[in-house]
Design a protein around this ligand. Structure first.
Ligand code: PMP
Length: 408
């Protein structure tokens, strides 16, 4: 005799009503076919992984009995101290004077977003975000049942943002921004917008999360200060700041190591450590030790290889878009990172375009709609140039442009 399956949906907690399958991840599974030319996955180019250096690091650690005893053991939730100290020194080079106590190692920056959501959001709290914003951040925050306020384009330039925020009741406690080469747009906040955001955070008493996932991948233009460094300039010290900086080695070394960090006031880091403990105790010790060895030598040179490689591809996609796209299509001009955001003519839905593109052109990309937290827009798509070759970029953009012409 068999009993019917349980209806689990009636048993899940209230917070699960906001936790849904990530459309993009679901979509990416279908796109993993050899004959598809893909601009979809925003993942690092595997040829750029420093595999030999990583192998040497693991070999050396595991060959040494003292090191391997430590590497294969449980360790502290804060993270491997030499790695935290290395990160603190590097943060100091960009205007963030801090020490290892201001750094928590997390399982990628994705875990940092989850822990920060857990720390700062009560159900119904509003998170201020860009329009569009990183879908994975929305996914992380959604489990804490927030509302969203997305800042329209230009709100940081014309001073409207403070009014928009103070008009919300209760006042939004948290803002989340990707100031450098954002996912999905590839765009960065200008210097004046960064200053405006810090002013806004102080004026509205908002805590800021600065997601710096792509910051190291600048291939053009001048380096702009981090929000955290501007905050420290204003308040005097990291422990007085209201910005939490999330960094990651996923885009520069390897996402599989799952190593990111939060840099911020010690009072916040101490609380995050407790949450991290309850969540997964700590990031893999052997991975942290191997990563530390890997970045200790030749990191700058490795970064410049990455920047050159992505810069060439970004230039190729910019030129291909200019050559092939019909009037009415516009796109962002990234100076770093992995993404171009394309606005389609009004009325052309990115999801409909994708359905036809997969069948008629065998070209994949990600529709823009899931990246909008509050007020959606359907006529946009995200193209990632991190994986295709220059020839594939030219071919894929030409095919996509042909389809857009046929559909408009
Ligand atoms: N932030 C942004 C803006 C991202 O694009 C990503 C990866 N897609 C992450 C955070 C998370 O990356 P990880 O957890 O590998 O550091």
């Amino acid at each position: 005799m068999t009993t019917p399956e349980l209806d689990w949906t009636t048993r899940f907690s209230a917070r699960m009503s906001r936790v849904r399958a990530n459309e993009i991840r679901e979509l990416l599974k279908l796109l993993d076919q050899p004959d598809i030319l893909s601009f979809a996955g925003g993942i690092p180019a595997p040829a750029l992984f420093p595999a030999a250096a990583i192998k040497t690091a693991y070999d050396e650690i595991l060959a040494d009995p003292d090191q391997s005893a430590q590497a294969l053991q449980y360790s502290v939730s804060e993270g491997y101290l030499p790695l935290r100290a290395w990160i603190a020194e590097r943060m100091a080079l960009s205007g963030v004077a801090c020490d290892a106590h201001n750094i928590l190692i997390t399982a990628g920056s994705q875990q940092a977003l989850d822990l920060l959501g857990k720390l700062f959001l009560s159900p119904g709290d509003t998170v201020v975000v860009a329009r569009p914003t990183y879908l994975g951040a929305l996914q992380a925050f959604n489990a804490y049942e927030p509302a969203y306020l997305d800042l329209p384009d230009g709100a940081l330039d014309n001073g409207d943002s403070a009014d928009l925020i103070t008009a919300r009741s209760p006042r939004p406690p948290l803002g989340y921004f990707v100031p450098d080469f954002a996912n999905p747009t590839g765009e960065s906040l200008a210097r004046a917008q960064r200053d405006a955001l810090i002013d806004l955070a102080y004026a509205t008493e908002m805590t800021l999360i600065e997601d710096a996932a792509y910051r190291e991948l600048r291939f053009e233009g001048e380096i702009l200060p981090t929000l955290l460094s501007l905050d420290i300039e204003r308040c005097g010290s990291i422990d007085a700041a209201r910005t939490l900086f999330c960094g990651t080695f996923s885009k520069t070394i390897s996402p599989a190591l799952r190593i990111g960090w939060v840099c911020g006031p010690r009072a916040v880091i101490d609380k995050l450590v407790l949450l991290k403990q309850g969540c997964d105790l700590h990031v893999s010790t052997v991975n942290q030790m191997a990563l530390h060895r890997t970045v200790a030598v030749g990191y700058e040179q490795h970064l410049s290889t990455l920047r050159n490689a992505y810069g060439v591809r970004a230039q190729a996609i910019g030129q291909a878009l200019a050559r092939h796209m019909p009037p009415g299509v516009t796109w962002s001009q990234p100076q770093g990172g992995m993404f171009v955001w394309v606005w389609l003519p009004e009325g052309l839905d990115g999801k409909v375009l994708l359905e036809r593109s997969l069948i008629e052109e065998k070209v994949a990309f990600v529709p823009g709609e899931p990246f909008f937290a509050e007020v959606p827009a359907a006529n946009a798509i995200r193209l990632s140039y991190s994986l295709p070759t220059e020839a594939q970029i030219e071919d894929g953009v030409a095919r996509l442009a042909g389809l857009i012409r046929r559909m408009t």
